[in-house]
Design a protein around this ligand. Structure first.
Ligand code: ARG
Length: 472
Protein backbone atom coordinates (compact mmCIF):
# COMPACT_ATOMS: atom_id res chain seq x y z
CA UNK A 1 0.00 0.00 0.00
CA UNK A 2 2.60 2.49 1.12
CA UNK A 3 4.72 1.82 -1.92
CA UNK A 4 1.76 2.70 -4.14
CA UNK A 5 1.31 5.93 -2.27
CA UNK A 6 4.95 6.81 -2.62
CA UNK A 7 4.58 7.29 -6.32
CA UNK A 8 4.69 10.84 -7.57
CA UNK A 9 1.32 12.41 -7.95
CA UNK A 10 0.10 12.46 -11.51
CA UNK A 11 -1.07 16.04 -11.15
CA UNK A 12 1.11 18.78 -12.48
CA UNK A 13 2.54 21.56 -10.34
CA UNK A 14 0.06 23.63 -8.40
CA UNK A 15 -1.59 26.36 -10.42
CA UNK A 16 -1.70 28.66 -7.38
CA UNK A 17 2.04 28.79 -6.80
CA UNK A 18 3.43 26.74 -9.66
CA UNK A 19 5.90 29.43 -10.65
CA UNK A 20 8.56 28.32 -8.25
CA UNK A 21 7.91 24.58 -8.51
CA UNK A 22 8.97 22.16 -11.20
CA UNK A 23 7.17 19.07 -9.88
CA UNK A 24 3.84 18.32 -8.27
CA UNK A 25 3.61 16.93 -4.75
CA UNK A 26 4.15 13.33 -3.81
CA UNK A 27 0.86 11.50 -3.30
CA UNK A 28 1.57 11.19 0.40
CA UNK A 29 2.33 14.89 0.53
CA UNK A 30 -0.98 15.57 -1.14
CA UNK A 31 -2.72 13.37 1.38
CA UNK A 32 -1.16 14.93 4.44
CA UNK A 33 -1.54 18.43 3.06
CA UNK A 34 -5.12 18.38 1.86
CA UNK A 35 -7.85 19.77 4.09
CA UNK A 36 -10.64 19.90 1.53
CA UNK A 37 -12.14 16.72 3.02
CA UNK A 38 -13.19 18.72 6.04
CA UNK A 39 -12.76 22.44 5.39
CA UNK A 40 -15.36 22.35 2.62
CA UNK A 41 -17.79 22.83 5.52
CA UNK A 42 -16.70 26.48 5.47
CA UNK A 43 -17.70 27.08 1.84
CA UNK A 44 -20.42 29.60 2.66
CA UNK A 45 -18.11 31.65 4.88
CA UNK A 46 -15.33 31.47 2.29
CA UNK A 47 -17.57 32.79 -0.46
CA UNK A 48 -19.15 35.46 1.72
CA UNK A 49 -15.70 36.66 2.79
CA UNK A 50 -14.47 36.75 -0.80
CA UNK A 51 -17.48 38.72 -1.96
CA UNK A 52 -16.95 41.29 0.76
CA UNK A 53 -13.26 41.46 -0.10
CA UNK A 54 -13.94 41.96 -3.83
CA UNK A 55 -16.52 44.67 -3.16
CA UNK A 56 -14.01 46.46 -0.95
CA UNK A 57 -11.20 46.15 -3.52
CA UNK A 58 -13.50 47.71 -6.08
CA UNK A 59 -14.59 50.56 -3.82
CA UNK A 60 -10.95 51.31 -3.08
CA UNK A 61 -10.12 51.47 -6.77
CA UNK A 62 -8.03 48.29 -6.67
CA UNK A 63 -10.42 46.22 -8.80
CA UNK A 64 -12.27 47.40 -11.92
CA UNK A 65 -16.03 47.41 -11.90
CA UNK A 66 -16.07 44.74 -14.60
CA UNK A 67 -13.78 42.41 -12.70
CA UNK A 68 -15.63 43.02 -9.44
CA UNK A 69 -18.94 42.16 -11.08
CA UNK A 70 -17.58 39.05 -12.72
CA UNK A 71 -16.01 37.88 -9.49
CA UNK A 72 -19.23 38.44 -7.58
CA UNK A 73 -21.31 36.67 -10.23
CA UNK A 74 -18.84 33.79 -10.36
CA UNK A 75 -18.82 33.40 -6.59
CA UNK A 76 -22.58 33.36 -6.50
CA UNK A 77 -22.61 30.63 -9.17
CA UNK A 78 -20.13 28.60 -7.12
CA UNK A 79 -22.31 28.96 -4.05
CA UNK A 80 -25.28 27.55 -5.95
CA UNK A 81 -23.18 24.76 -7.38
CA UNK A 82 -21.98 23.70 -3.95
CA UNK A 83 -25.44 23.95 -2.45
CA UNK A 84 -26.89 21.88 -5.28
CA UNK A 85 -24.21 19.24 -4.69
CA UNK A 86 -22.85 19.81 -8.18
CA UNK A 87 -19.44 21.16 -7.23
CA UNK A 88 -16.52 18.84 -7.74
CA UNK A 89 -14.11 19.24 -4.84
CA UNK A 90 -10.57 18.31 -5.72
CA UNK A 91 -7.92 17.10 -3.32
CA UNK A 92 -5.17 18.34 -5.58
CA UNK A 93 -6.48 21.82 -4.89
CA UNK A 94 -5.84 21.26 -1.20
CA UNK A 95 -8.46 23.29 0.55
CA UNK A 96 -11.74 25.15 0.21
CA UNK A 97 -10.03 28.43 -0.61
CA UNK A 98 -8.18 27.08 -3.62
CA UNK A 99 -11.08 24.95 -4.78
CA UNK A 100 -13.29 28.02 -4.93
CA UNK A 101 -10.64 30.20 -6.55
CA UNK A 102 -9.85 27.56 -9.15
CA UNK A 103 -13.49 27.17 -10.07
CA UNK A 104 -13.79 30.93 -10.28
CA UNK A 105 -10.99 30.96 -12.83
CA UNK A 106 -12.83 28.31 -14.86
CA UNK A 107 -15.94 30.44 -14.78
CA UNK A 108 -14.61 33.95 -15.36
CA UNK A 109 -11.05 33.54 -16.56
CA UNK A 110 -7.98 35.38 -15.41
CA UNK A 111 -9.85 38.09 -13.49
CA UNK A 112 -10.32 35.42 -10.81
CA UNK A 113 -6.66 35.84 -9.98
CA UNK A 114 -7.27 39.44 -8.93
CA UNK A 115 -9.47 38.38 -6.01
CA UNK A 116 -6.43 37.40 -3.99
CA UNK A 117 -4.96 40.93 -4.15
CA UNK A 118 -4.21 42.21 -0.64
CA UNK A 119 -5.19 38.89 0.87
CA UNK A 120 -3.59 35.57 1.77
CA UNK A 121 -4.99 32.21 2.66
CA UNK A 122 -3.74 32.97 6.14
CA UNK A 123 -6.18 35.78 6.79
CA UNK A 124 -8.74 34.02 4.63
CA UNK A 125 -8.77 30.85 6.72
CA UNK A 126 -8.68 32.87 9.94
CA UNK A 127 -11.76 34.71 8.70
CA UNK A 128 -13.66 31.67 7.43
CA UNK A 129 -13.07 29.68 10.57
CA UNK A 130 -13.99 32.59 12.81
CA UNK A 131 -17.25 33.13 10.94
CA UNK A 132 -17.98 29.42 11.08
CA UNK A 133 -17.38 29.29 14.82
CA UNK A 134 -19.44 32.45 15.32
CA UNK A 135 -22.37 30.81 13.52
CA UNK A 136 -22.10 27.74 15.71
CA UNK A 137 -21.89 29.83 18.85
CA UNK A 138 -25.20 31.37 17.80
CA UNK A 139 -26.69 27.95 17.08
CA UNK A 140 -25.51 26.63 20.44
CA UNK A 141 -27.07 29.57 22.23
CA UNK A 142 -30.41 28.82 20.57
CA UNK A 143 -30.22 25.17 21.67
CA UNK A 144 -29.20 26.10 25.21
CA UNK A 145 -32.13 28.50 25.49
CA UNK A 146 -34.49 25.86 24.16
CA UNK A 147 -33.39 23.45 26.86
CA UNK A 148 -33.75 26.14 29.50
CA UNK A 149 -37.35 26.73 28.41
CA UNK A 150 -38.09 23.00 28.61
CA UNK A 151 -36.59 22.80 32.09
CA UNK A 152 -38.59 25.82 33.23
CA UNK A 153 -41.77 24.10 32.07
CA UNK A 154 -40.87 20.96 34.05
CA UNK A 155 -39.91 23.04 37.06
CA UNK A 156 -43.27 24.77 36.96
CA UNK A 157 -45.22 21.51 36.95
CA UNK A 158 -43.01 20.11 39.70
CA UNK A 159 -42.45 23.16 41.88
CA UNK A 160 -43.96 21.22 44.78
CA UNK A 161 -42.88 17.68 43.85
CA UNK A 162 -40.74 16.40 46.68
CA UNK A 163 -37.70 14.25 46.03
CA UNK A 164 -34.59 13.39 48.01
CA UNK A 165 -31.70 15.77 47.62
CA UNK A 166 -28.39 13.94 47.69
CA UNK A 167 -24.88 14.49 48.84
CA UNK A 168 -22.43 11.61 48.24
CA UNK A 169 -25.44 10.10 46.43
CA UNK A 170 -26.84 9.45 49.91
CA UNK A 171 -30.20 10.90 50.86
CA UNK A 172 -29.48 14.27 52.45
CA UNK A 173 -32.54 16.51 52.69
CA UNK A 174 -35.81 16.67 50.84
CA UNK A 175 -35.83 19.07 47.90
CA UNK A 176 -38.29 19.75 45.13
CA UNK A 177 -37.86 18.37 41.64
CA UNK A 178 -38.58 21.87 40.35
CA UNK A 179 -35.60 23.17 42.31
CA UNK A 180 -33.45 20.40 40.88
CA UNK A 181 -34.47 21.39 37.33
CA UNK A 182 -33.65 25.00 38.11
CA UNK A 183 -30.14 24.00 39.17
CA UNK A 184 -29.58 22.98 35.56
CA UNK A 185 -31.19 26.19 34.35
CA UNK A 186 -28.49 28.04 36.30
CA UNK A 187 -25.74 25.95 34.72
CA UNK A 188 -27.16 26.44 31.26
CA UNK A 189 -27.48 30.17 31.83
CA UNK A 190 -23.76 30.28 32.59
CA UNK A 191 -23.08 28.18 29.51
CA UNK A 192 -25.06 30.63 27.44
CA UNK A 193 -23.24 33.58 28.93
CA UNK A 194 -19.86 31.94 28.26
CA UNK A 195 -20.89 31.55 24.63
CA UNK A 196 -22.03 35.17 24.50
CA UNK A 197 -18.77 36.41 26.02
CA UNK A 198 -16.74 34.36 23.58
CA UNK A 199 -18.81 35.70 20.71
CA UNK A 200 -18.16 39.26 21.77
CA UNK A 201 -14.40 38.70 21.86
CA UNK A 202 -14.26 36.81 18.57
CA UNK A 203 -16.30 39.40 16.75
CA UNK A 204 -13.32 41.16 15.15
CA UNK A 205 -12.47 40.71 11.52
CA UNK A 206 -8.98 39.38 10.60
CA UNK A 207 -9.45 39.90 6.85
CA UNK A 208 -6.83 42.25 5.46
CA UNK A 209 -4.04 41.07 7.74
CA UNK A 210 -2.90 39.34 4.54
CA UNK A 211 -0.07 36.81 4.96
CA UNK A 212 1.04 38.24 8.31
CA UNK A 213 2.22 41.83 7.91
CA UNK A 214 -0.71 43.67 6.40
CA UNK A 215 -0.62 45.04 2.87
CA UNK A 216 0.54 48.08 0.93
CA UNK A 217 -2.73 48.23 -1.00
CA UNK A 218 -5.12 50.92 0.21
CA UNK A 219 -7.70 48.49 1.58
CA UNK A 220 -10.56 49.46 3.87
CA UNK A 221 -10.69 46.91 6.67
CA UNK A 222 -13.57 48.67 8.35
CA UNK A 223 -15.66 48.17 5.26
CA UNK A 224 -15.10 44.40 5.13
CA UNK A 225 -15.50 44.07 8.89
CA UNK A 226 -18.82 45.84 8.63
CA UNK A 227 -20.01 43.86 5.61
CA UNK A 228 -19.27 40.63 7.43
CA UNK A 229 -21.05 41.77 10.62
CA UNK A 230 -17.95 42.13 12.73
CA UNK A 231 -17.74 44.84 15.37
CA UNK A 232 -14.40 46.07 14.01
CA UNK A 233 -11.23 44.81 12.33
CA UNK A 234 -8.55 43.07 14.40
CA UNK A 235 -5.73 45.39 15.43
CA UNK A 236 -2.58 43.40 14.84
CA UNK A 237 -1.86 41.54 11.62
CA UNK A 238 0.47 39.01 13.27
CA UNK A 239 -2.08 38.11 15.89
CA UNK A 240 -4.87 38.07 13.30
CA UNK A 241 -3.42 35.17 11.34
CA UNK A 242 -2.11 33.20 14.30
CA UNK A 243 -4.94 33.57 16.78
CA UNK A 244 -7.26 30.64 17.40
CA UNK A 245 -8.56 31.78 20.78
CA UNK A 246 -12.02 32.10 19.30
CA UNK A 247 -12.08 28.35 18.62
CA UNK A 248 -10.50 27.52 21.96
CA UNK A 249 -13.04 29.59 23.81
CA UNK A 250 -15.92 28.04 21.93
CA UNK A 251 -14.74 24.50 22.61
CA UNK A 252 -14.03 25.29 26.27
CA UNK A 253 -17.54 26.65 26.66
CA UNK A 254 -18.82 23.59 24.79
CA UNK A 255 -16.85 21.27 27.09
CA UNK A 256 -18.25 22.85 30.22
CA UNK A 257 -21.76 22.73 28.79
CA UNK A 258 -21.35 19.10 27.71
CA UNK A 259 -20.06 18.34 31.20
CA UNK A 260 -23.25 19.78 32.68
CA UNK A 261 -25.33 17.72 30.30
CA UNK A 262 -23.39 14.58 31.23
CA UNK A 263 -24.20 15.13 34.89
CA UNK A 264 -27.89 15.42 34.19
CA UNK A 265 -27.64 12.43 31.88
CA UNK A 266 -26.09 10.41 34.68
CA UNK A 267 -28.93 11.39 37.00
CA UNK A 268 -31.45 10.29 34.41
CA UNK A 269 -29.66 6.97 34.08
CA UNK A 270 -29.81 6.47 37.83
CA UNK A 271 -33.37 7.73 38.21
CA UNK A 272 -34.69 5.47 35.48
CA UNK A 273 -33.39 2.25 37.08
CA UNK A 274 -36.14 0.03 38.53
CA UNK A 275 -34.43 0.50 41.91
CA UNK A 276 -34.94 4.27 41.86
CA UNK A 277 -37.91 4.43 39.53
CA UNK A 278 -38.08 8.25 39.77
CA UNK A 279 -38.61 8.78 36.05
CA UNK A 280 -39.84 6.85 33.09
CA UNK A 281 -38.13 7.61 29.82
CA UNK A 282 -40.32 7.76 26.77
CA UNK A 283 -39.94 5.00 24.22
CA UNK A 284 -38.68 7.64 21.81
CA UNK A 285 -35.50 8.06 23.81
CA UNK A 286 -34.92 4.49 24.97
CA UNK A 287 -33.90 1.22 23.43
CA UNK A 288 -34.67 -2.39 24.24
CA UNK A 289 -32.40 -5.37 24.65
CA UNK A 290 -32.11 -8.02 21.99
CA UNK A 291 -31.95 -10.76 24.64
CA UNK A 292 -33.72 -9.46 27.75
CA UNK A 293 -37.29 -8.58 26.84
CA UNK A 294 -37.99 -6.71 30.07
CA UNK A 295 -35.28 -4.13 29.50
CA UNK A 296 -35.64 -0.53 28.57
CA UNK A 297 -32.30 1.20 28.36
CA UNK A 298 -31.71 4.94 28.64
CA UNK A 299 -29.30 4.93 25.69
CA UNK A 300 -29.79 8.57 24.78
CA UNK A 301 -28.85 9.62 28.30
CA UNK A 302 -25.85 7.31 28.30
CA UNK A 303 -24.71 8.75 24.99
CA UNK A 304 -25.03 12.30 26.24
CA UNK A 305 -22.97 11.20 29.24
CA UNK A 306 -20.40 9.59 26.95
CA UNK A 307 -20.17 12.18 24.21
CA UNK A 308 -18.62 14.74 26.52
CA UNK A 309 -15.44 12.73 25.92
CA UNK A 310 -15.33 13.84 22.30
CA UNK A 311 -15.86 17.48 23.17
CA UNK A 312 -13.22 17.46 25.90
CA UNK A 313 -10.92 15.62 23.52
CA UNK A 314 -11.36 18.38 20.94
CA UNK A 315 -10.45 20.99 23.50
CA UNK A 316 -7.28 19.19 24.55
CA UNK A 317 -6.48 18.49 20.90
CA UNK A 318 -6.65 22.13 19.91
CA UNK A 319 -4.81 23.37 22.99
CA UNK A 320 -2.06 20.92 22.12
CA UNK A 321 -1.91 21.97 18.47
CA UNK A 322 -1.57 25.63 19.45
CA UNK A 323 0.87 25.11 22.29
CA UNK A 324 4.36 26.31 21.48
CA UNK A 325 3.57 27.54 17.95
CA UNK A 326 5.71 30.52 17.06
CA UNK A 327 4.04 33.50 15.40
CA UNK A 328 2.51 33.55 12.93
CA UNK A 329 0.79 30.94 10.77
CA UNK A 330 2.12 27.40 10.70
CA UNK A 331 0.55 24.53 8.86
CA UNK A 332 -0.05 22.82 12.21
CA UNK A 333 -2.97 25.19 12.41
CA UNK A 334 -4.79 23.34 9.67
CA UNK A 335 -5.32 20.73 12.41
CA UNK A 336 -7.49 23.26 14.27
CA UNK A 337 -10.75 22.47 12.52
CA UNK A 338 -11.95 18.88 12.67
CA UNK A 339 -12.16 18.71 16.45
CA UNK A 340 -14.01 22.00 16.58
CA UNK A 341 -16.43 20.91 13.86
CA UNK A 342 -17.08 17.72 15.78
CA UNK A 343 -17.46 19.53 19.10
CA UNK A 344 -20.07 21.86 17.60
CA UNK A 345 -22.10 19.01 16.09
CA UNK A 346 -21.82 16.97 19.27
CA UNK A 347 -22.85 19.78 21.58
CA UNK A 348 -25.89 20.70 19.52
CA UNK A 349 -26.91 17.06 19.25
CA UNK A 350 -26.54 16.50 22.99
CA UNK A 351 -28.54 19.63 23.79
CA UNK A 352 -31.29 18.53 21.42
CA UNK A 353 -31.30 14.98 22.81
CA UNK A 354 -31.44 16.25 26.37
CA UNK A 355 -34.28 18.54 25.42
CA UNK A 356 -36.26 15.68 23.91
CA UNK A 357 -35.58 13.35 26.82
CA UNK A 358 -36.61 15.84 29.46
CA UNK A 359 -39.68 17.04 27.61
CA UNK A 360 -40.88 13.46 27.17
CA UNK A 361 -39.97 11.84 30.48
CA UNK A 362 -42.62 11.00 33.03
CA UNK A 363 -41.94 11.86 36.65
CA UNK A 364 -42.98 9.26 39.20
CA UNK A 365 -43.95 11.66 41.96
CA UNK A 366 -44.99 8.88 44.38
CA UNK A 367 -41.62 7.14 44.19
CA UNK A 368 -39.82 10.45 44.56
CA UNK A 369 -41.88 11.37 47.60
CA UNK A 370 -41.43 7.97 49.24
CA UNK A 371 -37.69 8.16 48.72
CA UNK A 372 -37.62 11.75 49.95
CA UNK A 373 -38.91 10.63 53.34
CA UNK A 374 -36.55 7.71 53.72
CA UNK A 375 -33.07 7.81 55.14
CA UNK A 376 -34.05 10.19 57.99
CA UNK A 377 -34.01 13.04 55.50
CA UNK A 378 -35.77 15.41 57.90
CA UNK A 379 -33.19 14.96 60.67
CA UNK A 380 -31.86 18.47 60.02
CA UNK A 381 -35.39 19.80 60.45
CA UNK A 382 -35.51 18.20 63.90
CA UNK A 383 -32.17 19.77 64.82
CA UNK A 384 -33.31 23.15 63.49
CA UNK A 385 -36.51 22.85 65.54
CA UNK A 386 -34.47 22.26 68.70
CA UNK A 387 -32.38 25.34 67.94
CA UNK A 388 -35.46 27.44 67.31
CA UNK A 389 -37.82 26.16 70.01
CA UNK A 390 -35.45 25.03 72.78
CA UNK A 391 -32.79 27.64 72.06
CA UNK A 392 -30.06 24.99 71.90
CA UNK A 393 -26.75 25.59 70.15
CA UNK A 394 -26.85 23.84 66.76
CA UNK A 395 -24.04 21.43 67.66
CA UNK A 396 -25.99 20.20 70.70
CA UNK A 397 -29.18 19.93 68.68
CA UNK A 398 -27.23 17.92 66.09
CA UNK A 399 -26.11 15.50 68.80
CA UNK A 400 -29.61 15.04 70.20
CA UNK A 401 -31.00 14.45 66.71
CA UNK A 402 -28.27 11.89 66.10
CA UNK A 403 -29.51 9.96 69.11
CA UNK A 404 -33.09 10.15 67.80
CA UNK A 405 -31.94 8.79 64.44
CA UNK A 406 -30.09 5.95 66.18
CA UNK A 407 -33.22 5.10 68.15
CA UNK A 408 -35.38 5.13 65.00
CA UNK A 409 -32.85 2.91 63.31
CA UNK A 410 -32.97 0.53 66.24
CA UNK A 411 -36.77 0.43 66.11
CA UNK A 412 -36.79 0.17 62.35
CA UNK A 413 -39.06 3.20 61.92
CA UNK A 414 -38.97 6.79 60.63
CA UNK A 415 -38.26 9.78 62.85
CA UNK A 416 -41.91 10.83 62.63
CA UNK A 417 -42.96 7.39 63.96
CA UNK A 418 -41.02 7.73 67.23
CA UNK A 419 -43.23 8.18 70.28
CA UNK A 420 -43.11 11.53 72.07
CA UNK A 421 -42.05 9.85 75.31
CA UNK A 422 -39.11 8.25 73.53
CA UNK A 423 -38.08 11.61 72.08
CA UNK A 424 -38.50 13.25 75.49
CA UNK A 425 -36.27 10.57 76.94
CA UNK A 426 -33.55 11.90 74.70
CA UNK A 427 -34.36 15.56 75.36
CA UNK A 428 -37.11 16.69 77.73
CA UNK A 429 -37.78 20.00 75.91
CA UNK A 430 -39.25 18.22 72.90
CA UNK A 431 -43.02 18.68 72.53
CA UNK A 432 -45.77 17.42 70.29
CA UNK A 433 -45.19 20.37 67.97
CA UNK A 434 -42.03 18.75 66.67
CA UNK A 435 -44.00 16.36 64.46
CA UNK A 436 -45.10 19.22 62.21
CA UNK A 437 -41.54 19.72 60.98
CA UNK A 438 -40.80 16.06 60.35
CA UNK A 439 -42.79 15.68 57.14
CA UNK A 440 -41.04 16.15 53.81
CA UNK A 441 -43.58 18.77 52.72
CA UNK A 442 -42.96 20.84 55.85
CA UNK A 443 -39.26 20.42 55.33
CA UNK A 444 -39.18 21.80 51.78
CA UNK A 445 -41.74 24.51 52.48
CA UNK A 446 -39.64 25.81 55.34
CA UNK A 447 -36.57 26.35 53.15
CA UNK A 448 -37.47 29.85 52.03
CA UNK A 449 -34.01 31.39 52.31
CA UNK A 450 -33.01 33.03 49.04
CA UNK A 451 -32.01 30.25 46.66
CA UNK A 452 -33.62 27.58 48.87
CA UNK A 453 -35.82 24.73 47.69
CA UNK A 454 -39.24 25.94 48.92
CA UNK A 455 -41.97 25.69 46.25
CA UNK A 456 -42.62 29.43 46.61
CA UNK A 457 -38.95 30.10 45.78
CA UNK A 458 -39.11 27.78 42.80
CA UNK A 459 -42.09 29.74 41.49
CA UNK A 460 -40.32 33.08 41.78
CA UNK A 461 -37.12 31.73 40.21
CA UNK A 462 -39.12 30.45 37.27
CA UNK A 463 -40.53 33.88 36.61
CA UNK A 464 -37.09 35.43 37.02
CA UNK A 465 -35.66 33.15 34.32
CA UNK A 466 -38.64 33.58 32.05
CA UNK A 467 -38.14 37.36 32.16
CA UNK A 468 -34.41 36.99 31.54
CA UNK A 469 -35.02 34.76 28.54
CA UNK A 470 -37.60 37.14 27.12
CA UNK A 471 -35.18 40.04 27.11
CA UNK A 472 -32.24 37.91 25.90
N1 ARG B 1 -5.86 25.08 4.46
C1 ARG B 1 -5.08 25.98 5.24
C2 ARG B 1 -5.51 25.91 6.71
O1 ARG B 1 -6.56 25.41 6.97
C3 ARG B 1 -5.24 27.36 4.73
C4 ARG B 1 -4.08 28.27 5.04
C5 ARG B 1 -2.93 27.94 4.22
N2 ARG B 1 -1.89 28.89 4.40
C6 ARG B 1 -0.63 28.60 4.08
N3 ARG B 1 0.24 29.51 4.30
N4 ARG B 1 -0.30 27.45 3.58
O2 ARG B 1 -4.80 26.30 7.58
Amino acid sequence: MASDKNKKSSSSENAMWGGRFSAGPDTIMEEINASIGFDQKMYAQDIEGSRAHAAMLHKQGILSVQDAENIDQGLSTILSEIEAGEFKFSRTLEDIHMNVENRLAELIGSAAGRLHTARSRNDQVALDFRMWVRDRVDASIVEIERLMVTLLAKAEIHAGTVMPGFTHLQTAQPVTFGHHCLAYVEMLARDKSRMEDARERMNECPLGAAALAGTGFPIDRYMTADALNFREPTRNSLDSVSDRDFALEFVSAASICATHLSRFAEEIVIWSTPQFNFVRMSDKFSTGSSIMPQKKNPDAAELVRGKVGRVNGSLIGLLTVMKGLPLTYSKDMQEDKEGVFDAADTLELCLAAMNGMIADMTINTDAMKAAAGSGYSTATDLADWLVREADLPFREAHHITGRAVALAEEKGCDLADLKLVDLQDINETITDAVYSVLTVEASVSSRVSFGGTAPSNVASQISYWRDRLKTA
